[in-house]
Ligand binder design. Structure first.
Ligand code: PEP
Length: 246
């Protein structure tokens, strides 16, 4: 399989209008790699409209969406709203939302479906905690999350999965190559068993402390089709070596 790598930045709750220039710098940098690698940047919802009006050529995304189209959900943002603001994709099920907002696999599945209905591409995030890995449960936990969070309508034209060990996010720690390879292979097997040949084309990204130094090694692991990058996506200077490695 020769799949184009997909490198996605996640700004989390960082960024105001003062950072629009950095988003532009990232877009310009990423566009220079567009012949060989797909990329996108998931920014705060408040910046999407202004950023897309400056950057018609670059893919911007949200970091979450509600599962309903509209209604009495104070403070929430629907997939339609993200799309209307100019987003082309969204993350759902990031571990910071699973843990911090008590999101369940069923919630994430509903959000993924809502996002697809709104015409967005979707990245569903999964990953085990350190306690779960130490207890030898990592595969079981992650495969359970994939099974329950991924909608039956999944297709490689709109869905990617991001495997992000919770203990690797923002910590500077990364798993052994062999553990990443084992997990990505197991996710691939499950996707193919459930969705047939199209399961081979669903990108499986790795996320968790990926940076310019470790990206060449991580992106060379079989079934690692790209990366989801937090801290190292905040500036064009830090993000560029990851795109160069892809
Ligand atoms: C993330 O937020 O998805 C992530 C992987 O963060 P970091 O790269 O900072 O570990």
């Amino acid at each position: 399989r020769a799949m184009r790598k997909f490198i996605v930045g996640n700004w989390k709750m960082n960024g105001t209008s003062a950072d629009l220039a950095e988003i532009e710098a990232i877009a310009a940098m990423a566009t220079s790699y567009a012949a060989s690698v797909d990329s996108a940047l998931c920014i705060p919802a408040t910046l999407i409209d202004r950023a897309t009006s400056r950057l018609l050529e670059y893919t911007l995304g949200g970091q979450d969406c509600h599962m309903q189209v509209s209604g009495a959900h104070t403070g929430c943002v629907s997939a339609e709203m993200l799309a209307d603001a100019g987003a082309a994709l969204t993350l759902v099920g990031h571990s910071e939302r699973r843990a911090g907002q008590n999101e369940t696999d069923a919630d994430i599945r509903g959000k993924a479906q809502a996002a697809q209905n709104a015409g967005l591409k979707v990245i569903i995030c999964v990953g085990e905690t350190l306690e779960e890995r130490d207890a030898g449960q990592a595969l079981e936990i992650v495969l359970g999350q994939v099974q329950k969070s991924v909608p039956d309508e999944a297709g490689s034209d709109w869905l990617s999965i991001a495997y992000e060990p919770v203990w690797a996010i923002g910590t500077g720690r990364i798993p052994e190559d062999s553990d990443v390879a084992e997990m990505h292979w197991a996710i691939r097997e499950q996707l193919v068993a459930r969705f047939g040949p199209d399961g081979k084309n669903i990108s499986i990204l790795y996320g968790g402390s990926m940076n310019g130094d470790n990206a060449p090694m991580l992106l060379a692991i079989p079934n690692v089709d790209g990366g989801l990058i937090g801290g190292a996506s905040l500036t064009a200077t830090k993000f560029e070596p990851i795109l160069a490695a892809a």
